[in-house]
Design a protein around this ligand. Structure first.
Ligand SMILES: C[S@@+](CC[C@H](N)C(=O)[O-])C[C@H]1O[C@@H](n2cnc3c(N)ncnc32)[C@H](O)[C@@H]1O
Length: 639
């Protein structure tokens, strides 16, 4: 019987010496293998592929444990076109002559040692160059795979080209071939969105996928290829030829840069459609990354909407590269004295300050950002001007920080915090640009201070609903009664607590709360914030999240743990100790639903006594593809 051909997901199984890091990677559901012989021969076949990869990339060394997991996932649309099966999506046309030539070279890639027949010196040179590029791409891919596992887009590709073809491409080592020619323009039909909000289309060859930002399922578009990735190519939209009339609402677009700036993806959609898309992203994350049987995953709830859909971002970080001209004038630092660029000529340099363009790392000039608060937009021109005037003082490019802070807690009217009509700069808020300066926030009645350079949630308008939702999840759990028949006390562990958002907002419903956070600066402010709010039942600890478990002695059946880690998710050590504590309730909040799904799967595999009660996305970043996940778990009661 022919073996299922290896994919990189399975490749992870055999790359165990590299995998045995303390940090779990974003690895999707693994198939269970009942037949050890089959597994063994599959391992051998995978090792053969690894061998060929390693022979091409001898310098790949085990990378450090995961620091960051990329937020990508497959995407389904609220009104998805029927996904064609592999056979139904067979090539709709022959590859162009250029791409055919390209693929000839790439097909030869796994057998890089075999001498090519009768090639001209130019052809040999070209072939060498392609091999070098593929080798580098493989190296990069392996590194990123070690960090974050299989990319969500790969699930889309596998479904679109068909599993058999997908596995075949990997086994032949053809996944990095230059399948499409750069700058080539192609007419394609978008069949779905990926988790980054890009439309995905099958290339004419039928065994490759093209991602085209700013397109929607069902649309026919003209796109221009900009780069080849792993089994897919990036393209930019040239023109929508046939638009999706039921989804595309270009009149809703609220920004003059939309379509060119890489910051937002969904401005051409109604808000409800944005929420529906995000719900599908959460569903697919749990389907592909939790490794759980579908029966254990409850139906994903409707996405929690943001009261503000524009002017909500309280933090903006435009960046810039050092102008080439300035670099040249510095002469690599060799020029001395009066020849050095000075304040006098700072204004001469032309450079952009803003965000990356769609699909590239080129910075585009951004003078206003309608998803940022009106206060930030009021102060953005001044900050840009300051950078332009002082550019000669920068050694390199940099990122500038603008944070919207309340001036005083007392003066802020509730509707200034949340109303969508707040489009002119509020007199109650001020922009802070110094990383060390203090930012003031209020979430319902709870007041917060934190240094501008540390973490605080960026959409102030949705925080009251988010906190209320989490509070309801905690209160829905009634701890077993005490001997006197009274409701027992509740305890909270707030892991990855920042400056105390969850613990302090919820302190009232607990007997005691304990927060842990790696940033000692944030912990300093968490303690200050407890004082600021007159909260006396909160303790905070600076350190790795798992350190908290040695510090608390809460009765597990009365304890809730809130987890809100960075994008890379929780460390294995944390999950193990969480399982040892065995709290009654777990509320896992995450800005990366893929690592969240992975961690929840890992938790349930270690502790099957837990069940998932609910999964829900929260829209902290309207107009963009980002979605925050909230997953509630509970220990099954014996009674
Ligand atoms: C997404 S933020 C959440 C913060 C807080 N819950 C809030 O909503 O404001 C994640 C936090 O985890 C912290 N962090 C990162 N790695 C950590 C670790 N290994 N242990 C504890 N905290 C960590 C970061 O400093 C950051 O403040």
């Amino acid at each position: 019987m022919s073996l299922p051909l290896p994919s990189f997901a399975r490749l992870a199984l055999v790359a165990s010496p590299i995998r045995l890091s303390t940090t779990p990677r974003l690895v999707p559901a693994q198939p269970s293998f009942s037949n050890p012989l089959k597994l063994l021969s599959m391992v051998e076949s995978v090792q053969a592929v690894i061998g060929s990869v390693r022979s091409l990339s001898t310098s790949v060394s085990p990378p450090p444990p995961s620091k960051r997991a990329r937020s990508k996932s497959p995407e389904n649309h609220p009104h998805p076109p029927v996904l064609a099966s592999a056979s139904a999506v067979a090539p709709s046309g022959e590859p162009s002559s250029e791409s055919t030539q390209g693929s000839t070279s790439h097909h030869a890639l796994p057998a890089a040692t075999a001498a090519p027949p009768q090639l001209t010196p130019e052809q040999r040179q070209k072939r060498k160059e392609l091999e070098r590029r593929s080798k580098n791409k493989r190296k990069d891919y392996l590194k990123s795979f070690e960090k974050s596992g299989r990319e969500p887009v790969e699930f889309d590709i596998e479904e679109m080209v068909g599993k058999q073809k997908f596995d075949e491409i990997l086994s032949k080592g053809e996944e990095f071939r230059d399948a499409l020619v750069r700058d080539e323009e192609l007419e394609v039909e978008i069949v779905r969105l990926n988790s980054h909000g890009d439309g995905l289309a099958l290339a004419p060859s039928g065994d490759w996928v093209i991602a085209v930002p700013n397109t929607l399922p069902g649309e026919k578009v003209l796109c221009r290829i900009i780069s080849n990735e792993r089994i897919w190519s990036r393209a930019v939209l040239v023109k929508v030829l046939v638009k999706n009339e039921s989804l595309r609402r270009d009149e809703l677009v609220g920004c003059k840069y939309f379509g060119t700036c890489g910051g937002c993806q969904y401005q051409m959609l109604t808000y409800q459609d944005q929420l529906n898309i995000k719900k599908r992203v959460v569903e697919n994350a749990f389907k592909h990354y939790s490794g759980l049987d579908a029966s254990l995953i409850p139906a994903v709830m409707e996405t929690m909407p943001s009261p503000k859909q524009y002017n909500y971002r309280t933090k903006l970080t435009p960046h810039f590269d050092l102008p080439q001209e300035l670099r040249k004038r510095r002469g690599g630092g060799r020029r001395k004295g009066n020849n050095q660029p000075s304040e006098k000529d700072a204004g001469e340099y032309e450079f952009n300050i803003g965000f990356d363009c769609v699909g590239t790392k080129r910075v585009m000039d951004i003078e206003e950002c309608p998803i940022a608060t009106a206060t930030i937009n009021k102060d953005l021109p001044g900050e840009r001007e300051r950078v332009k005037k002082t550019i000669h003082t920068y050694k390199n490019g940099a990122t500038i920080l603008l944070r919207d802070s309340l001036r005083e807690y007392t003066s802020v009217a509730e509707d200034n915090l949340v109303a969508d009509s707040d489009v002119s700069a509020s007199p109650d808020t001020v922009t802070v640009t110094d990383h060390k300066a203090t930012v003031k926030e209020r979430v319902a009645e709870t007041l917060f201070e934190s240094p501008a350079g540390t973490f605080f949630q960026n959409n102030r308008s949705i925080l009251p609903s988010l906190i209320e939702y989490v509070r309801d999840q905690v209160l829905a759990f009634v701890p077993p009664p005490t001997e006197g028949g009274l409701e027992a006390d509740r305890y909270l562990v707030d892991a990855y607590c920042g400056s105390g958002l969850f613990s302090l907002c919820l302190a009232k419903i607990f007997k005691e709360v304990s927060g842990v956070e790696i940033s000692s600066e944030s912990i300093k402010y968490a303690n200050k914030n407890a004082e600021l709010n007159g909260i006396t039942n909160a303790k905070f600890l600076a350190g790795e999240a798992e350190k908290i478990f040695a510090q608390i002695q809460y009765p597990s059946d009365q304890t809730t743990v809130i987890i809100d880690p960075p994008r890379r998710g929780c460390d294995e050590a944390f999950i193990t100790q969480l399982v040892n504590l065995g709290p009654a309730n777990i509320v896992y909040v995450s800005c990366n639903v893929h690592t969240q799904a992975r961690d929840v799967g890992s938790l349930l595999s270690k502790a099957p006594e837990y069940e998932i009660l609910s999964i829900r996305g929260a829209d902290l970043f309207p107009q963009t593809y980002h979605v925050e996940g909230v997953c509630v778990l509970r220990k099954k009661r014996k009674d």
